[in-house]
Design a protein. Structure first.
Length: 79
């Protein structure tokens, strides 16, 4: 999947991931988390993309965004 498509999917995935984890974040942060998550999830699930199509890319993007949010909350967010 091209990187541009991962970025577009990532913006939507970031929104969904922040809502699933009940995190209040501003729009740029949400988009950045989603894009990074989409890139991570997209590259990890590249084999699944070949088999299942674009929907697995969205699932991978959401999973990647959830992983990025978990790492961010666990290691970088100040409490």
């Amino acid at each position: 999947m091209p990187v541009v498509a991962l970025i577009i999917i990532g913006a939507a995935a970031g929104f969904l991931a922040t809502r699933l984890m009940r995190i209040e974040a501003d729009i740029p942060t949400t988009m950045l988390v989603g894009i990074v998550g989409a890139l991570v999830g997209g590259f990890i699930l590249r084999a699944l993309l070949a088999v299942m199509g674009w929907m697995s890319g969205f699932v991978g993007a959401v999973l990647g965004a959830l992983l990025v949010l978990w790492v961010w909350q666990t290691y970088f967010q100040r409490r």
